[in-house]
Design a protein around this ligand. Structure first.
Ligand SMILES: Nc1ncnc2c1ncn2[C@@H]1O[C@H](COP(=O)(O)OP(=O)(O)OP(=O)(O)O)[C@@H](O)[C@H]1O
Ligand SMILES: [Mg+2]
Length: 357
């Protein structure tokens, strides 16, 4: 039994999501281990974000079960819960493929808003609570401390009072993760957190995610195209293609899995031919001859004025020049500057392999 199926935080069973005639996810099952980073990868349109949307309650799956189990044994059947309950009670937090911060609010305010539910509960949902309750004040102080902790962790303490929309792209990505962490989640779902980051920012992101897993004991579900992030920090990888699971295992297993290589790089013509189911092919001339079936020679089409084809040469006889141009060795035409060699270019080959966007 693998470590993630031993004690999973999240279990997805036979998940199917259809949009009219399109099956975005088909019979998908996998587990995300506790205190582990599980990467969900696959080519564009494979159905990764749709999985997140089902887990977080944004979509109601057509079929299947999604179970989250907290360390204290509490179980939540996510496919039956409203999205706000999934965040509040099951404690699932997410970030989005396109950053969704409150751009006009300060960096600190973004982290305080994430703790709004807790603060409202502490106020007893009354104005009096907000104005005077000691319990509320203590909770508010805690919320500020939590925000400060995450600001420090993502290296944005100096920018606490700046509008979030003014931050550079990489910093906004980190702030979104910090905001998700301020909700106190058990499962953190990150949709392409490294998109648009430079190598140094990707490295910082890796450190942040490892620290969230190790120091906070979090289960992280990570959608990512940047393989330096995926292979560098994941404990477990699930690969999707056209909504189906094609591979599931450790990074070293997945990166050598032929099904994964095929999904990402496409198939060569020869391989494709080998993969194609064999159908009856017409016999070759040689086979026909072996079977002693006589077949008339193919007709020879001649253009007007074209010379009669030379008579067949007896076996072993040397070729004889029939014209002046044949008598002299043909001079090789000089290669045109910038001409494309006859061999397929890499780009041509990639296009032929049908690599998706
Ligand atoms: N609300 C929707 N209505 C119709 N089709 C949808 C909807 N959401 C997703 N799809 C389709 O489901 C398929 C999977 O989309 P999804 O966004 O999950 O892919 P993805 O793996 O996240 O791709 P990418 O890597 O490009 O983000 C796509 O064909 C998409 O067009
Ligand atoms: Mg997506």
């Amino acid at each position: 039994m693998t470590s993630w199926s031993n004690d999973p935080e999240l279990r997805v069973d036979h998940l199917t999501m259809r949009f009219g005639g399109l099956t975005a996810i088909g019979d998908l099952s996998f587990e995300a281990g506790r205190k582990q980073i599980t990467a969900l990868i696959g080519p564009n349109g494979a159905g990764k974000t749709t999985v997140f949307n089902c887990i977080t309650g944004f979509y109601k799956p057509t079929e299947g079960m999604i179970t989250l189990r907290h360390p204290d044994g509490q179980e939540f059947l996510l496919e039956r819960m409203a999205d706000f309950r999934i965040t509040q009670h099951a404690k699932v937090a997410r970030t989005f493929q396109n950053i969704r911060l409150f751009g006009g609010m300060t960096v600190l305010e973004n982290l305080m808003v994430a703790q709004h539910n807790e603060l409202m509960r502490a106020s007893g949902f009354t104005v009096a609570g907000l104005l005077g309750s000691r319990h509320f004040k203590a909770r508010e102080h805690e919320a500020v401390e939590t925000a400060k902790y995450w600001l420090e962790k993502i290296g944005l303490t100096d920018r606490a009072d700046d509008p979030a929309g003014d931050l550079p792209y990489g910093a906004q990505r980190r702030l979104e993760i910090a905001r998700a962490m301020c909700t106190g989640p058990r499962l953190l779902c990150l949709d392409e957190p490294a998109a648009g980051l430079n190598p140094r920012e990707s490295e910082e992101l890796n450190k942040l995610l490892i620290s969230i897993r190790d120091d906070h004991g979090m289960a992280i579900l990570l959608i990512e195209h940047d393989m330096s992030v995926v292979m560098g920090i994941s404990d477990h990888i699930v690969v999707l293609d056209y909504g189906r699971k094609i591979s599931d295992g450790t990074p070293s297993f997945v990166k050598n899995d032929p099904a994964v290589i095929r999904a990402y790089l496409g198939v060569d013509d020869e391989e494709e031919a080998a993969d194609t189911p064999k159908v009856a092919t017409p016999l070759t001339r040689a086979e026909v001859r072996q079977d002693k079936i006589s077949v008339p020679p193919p007709p020879v089409f001649k253009l007007p004025g074209e010379a009669e084809a030379p008579p067949a040469r007896p076996a072993g006889a040397k070729p004889v020049a029939t014209s002046a141009s044949q008598a002299k060795p043909a001079q090789k035409a000089p290669a045109k500057k910038g001409a494309v060699p006859a061999k397929k270019t890499a780009a041509k080959k990639a296009a032929k392999k049908g690599g998706r966007k």
